[in-house]
Write a protein that binds this ligand. Structure first.
Ligand code: AHR
Length: 307
């Protein structure tokens, strides 16, 4: 069912399209663009009336958008929170208005989990762990110090916090694996390049770059090449996401390992909305399925890569 039944003052019932208010983080990365397209296309396919709002990576814009959805009395609100904290008040407002909220991609740190119905998205800690495991395996035969630089995602965002945590958890028992510099690149290519330039200036022997997404790594690759070094060889690169451009760079040997983060959950989200509005029980947490790719695997998968 893709409509909701409303009863007018005179008692007649009409079917109207499900109105879905969605507040997106922004358009900071290739991953995000693919996620937006997936949501827009599948909302159309499902016959929903989608009210889409782009927050341009600003929490205040997301809060404004959610308040406007409440005012417009949408049937359901979806949002991918730019940062983890500071959502309780506005989520309470949605709850009081009787509008179910679905979290997608990123979660919030609210202790009151009744403020949202369900959370659909990746396990970012696991992604960080996968990145760390690959690194540990790569350097299992060396006791020499391995100098790692880290490009973090947006400060305060769930993927930046969790990908760091997962990675550190895995490498912490290996004394020679050292993060010598770590800074945010805000998930963008431009910032990734800028911060990598600074890393290269102040650190002579960088062995590994761990970037929390492909876009920052792609920016960093430009900085590494401009410094006369070979990405993937002089500096090994691990990234997260698996966008086409990342796969392209991996198949050229410039990225060594990609941890996949799947943005194409639009259809699953629309199904969840239908279930929620039909009063069905939905799981509180649904984790998207994801793989990992070495250079060889990336080469093979590139022609059929969907995003
Ligand atoms: O929340 C998912 C992250 O957000 C993606 O890894 C990154 O590219 C995006 O900006």
């Amino acid at each position: 069912k893709t409509t909701t039944t409303t009863t007018t003052d005179s008692g007649t019932t009409t079917d109207k399209k499900i109105v879905f208010g969605f507040s997106q983080v922004g358009a900071e990365s290739g991953w995000r663009t693919a996620n937006t397209t997936s949501i827009q296309e599948s909302a159309k396919e499902a016959g929903f009336d989608l009210k889409f709002s782009d927050a341009q990576q600003k929490q205040e814009n997301q809060i404004k958008a959610i308040r406007s959805f409440i005012q417009q009395k949408v049937d359901v609100i979806g949002f991918s929170p730019v940062v983890e904290s500071g959502w309780d008040t506005v989520l309470k407002e949605a709850k009081d208005a009787g509008i179910p909220v679905i979290l997608t991609d990123r979660s919030v740190d609210s202790t009151d989990t009744s403020l949202y119905v369900t959370f659909l998205g990746s396990d970012f800690v696991l992604e960080g762990e996968k990145a760390g495991e690959w690194l540990v395996d790569q350097y299992k035969d060396t006791t020499e110090q391995v100098n790692i630089v880290e490009l973090q995602g947006t400060t305060g965002s769930a993927p930046a916090i969790d990908r760091k945590e997962g990675f550190e958890k895995i490498i912490k028992d290996h004394d020679n694996l050292k993060i010598i510099a770590s800074q945010t690149g805000d998930f963008t290519r431009a910032k990734g390049k800028e911060v990598m330039q600074a890393f290269l200036k102040s650190n002579k022997d960088i062995d590994v770059l761990y970037a929390h997404n492909d876009d920052m790594a792609l920016g960093a690759i430009q900085a590494i090449e401009a410094a006369g070094l070979k990405p993937g060889e002089d500096i090994k690169i691990i990234t997260v996401d698996g966008i086409k451009d990342g796969f392209q760079a991996a198949s050229e040997g410039k990225i060594n390992f990609i941890v996949e983060c799947n943005p194409l959950f639009g259809p699953q989200l629309m199904d969840t909305i239908k279930d929620v509005l039909a009063g069905k029980e939905v799981p509180k947490r649904t984790v998207t399925e994801e793989g990992t790719f070495t250079i060889e695997q990336a080469k093979e998968a590139l022609p059929n890569r969907k995003y």
